[in-house]
Write a protein of this length. Structure first.
Length: 111
């Protein structure tokens, strides 16, 4: 499979299944939130801002959009009810797993 055919396959999947992840910042936010969620240390908005993905205002705007689109979830922290933890929705997690599998399959076709 040629490089451009691989990229076209990846981009087609992104357009079909991940249309709300429009920017690199969206992908970076979902990756960081999911990574911390998997490791058992969910991020708060402040923790996400401290990662310097983009400006604090943009992080806040992107989080609001991702929450509205059902990609990111917000839940109250069990230990501190004032704090809100971010998570990746179950549906999005499943899509990301399929996306990673697609990337892996494409990678293995060249090896």
């Amino acid at each position: 499979m040629t490089a451009f055919k691989k990229l076209k396959t990846i981009r087609t999947f992104e357009k079909q299944h991940l249309p709300h992840l429009r920017t690199h910042e969206d992908f970076d936010i979902v990756i960081e939130v999911g990574f911390h969620q998997e490791n058992g240390s969910p991020l708060t908005l402040k923790g996400l801002v401290l990662l310097n993905i983009t400006s604090p205002a943009t992080v806040q705007r992107r989080i609001c959009s991702l929450v509205q689109n059902g990609i990111i979830t917000r839940t109250r922290c069990v230990s501190d009810r004032r704090s809100i933890e971010l998570g990746v929705s179950t549906h999005t997690r499943e899509l990301i797993e399929r996306y990673v599998q697609l990337l892996s399959d494409i990678h293995h076709t060249t090896v």
